[in-house]
Design a protein around this ligand. Structure first.
Ligand code: NAG
Length: 248
């Protein structure tokens, strides 16, 4: 049986968390066989180790570390993610060039963090900082909601700054005044999102796990963007496949 694979290697995808920096790589693969079968694979590597993958034959993600298993469990329940991978399989089937074209135009969802910055040295935070990392395209809108209403004063935003790899970041600051009992949220509007996404103060600041999941999700979505370090490689085998054998 003849098999032919198209690889899309996106590497490195630099991915910053507040605590640590991870080097993530994504490998997208359309595998064709002469029998007409098509398998679509998406592999995620963190610091060179296979962390999780999606196999279209299985129709789900598989995690290879304890953390990954926990996170992909969420991915497997996410209809949007599964549908996206299903679409990628369809694209593999249709035409590889089309895969490349479409994937290169995909939007990448920002990874958002919300933290407090204490400028005055007082016990209460005097400023909240909402940061969106690693999104594409550049157009984005961050706004602040207090009890569901947009705050227009005491807000300061940076420009969209390039992060490398065609991705952008932006930071917005909200000066806090008499906030007790108020619900503060950072609202993100971006092409990668079907509707504005809210990040509420408190809920996000306490959950490391969620932050990780958000970051991993961003990386996963990042897989579908052609990064600066794109390597495109086509490999075909004729007749029998080479199988490594151990000596002795
Ligand atoms: C994908 O899943 C199928 C079915 O379990 C398996 O036969 C195949 O080896 C898997 N492919 C990879 C590259 O893991």
């Amino acid at each position: 049986m003849n098999t032919c694979s198209f690889f899309l290697l996106l590497c490195p995808l630099l991915f910053s968390q507040t605590e640590a920096t991870l080097f993530g790589c994504g490998l997208l693969q359309c595998q064709f066989s002469s029998s007409g079968d098509v398998v679509y694979l998406a592999k995620m590597f963190f610091n060179k180790l296979l962390w999780a993958d999606y196999n279209s034959t299985l129709g789900k993600y598989t995690g290879y570390t304890e953390k990954a298993i926990e996170v992909v469990d969420g991915f497997n329940k996410n209809k949007e993610f599964l549908k996206r991978e299903q679409n990628n399989l369809e694209l593999c089937k249709t035409h590889v060039q089309l895969v490349l074209d479409v994937l290169s135009k995909s939007a990448v969802e920002p990874s958002v963090t919300l933290r407090s910055a204490d400028l005055s040295g007082s016990r209460h935070p005097s400023m909240l900082v909402c940061s969106a990392y690693n999104f594409y395209p550049k157009q984005i809108r961050l706004s602040w909601l207090r009890n569901g209403k947009e705050v227009t004063s005491d807000v300061m935003s940076t420009e969209e700054l390039p992060s490398g790899n065609w991705l952008y970041q932006i930071h917005s600051h909200l000066e806090l005044t008499h906030t007790s009992g108020d619900t503060i949220a950072c609202q993100v509007e971006h092409a990668s999102l079907l509707k504005p996404k809210l990040y509420e103060w408190e809920s996000i600041s306490e959950s490391e796990r969620n932050k990780f999941a958000v970051g991993a999700a961003a990386l996963l979505l990042g897989l579908v963007v052609l990064g600066g370090g794109l390597i495109y490689n086509k490999r075909c085998t004729n007749g029998r496949q080479l199988v490594p054998t151990s000596a002795g």
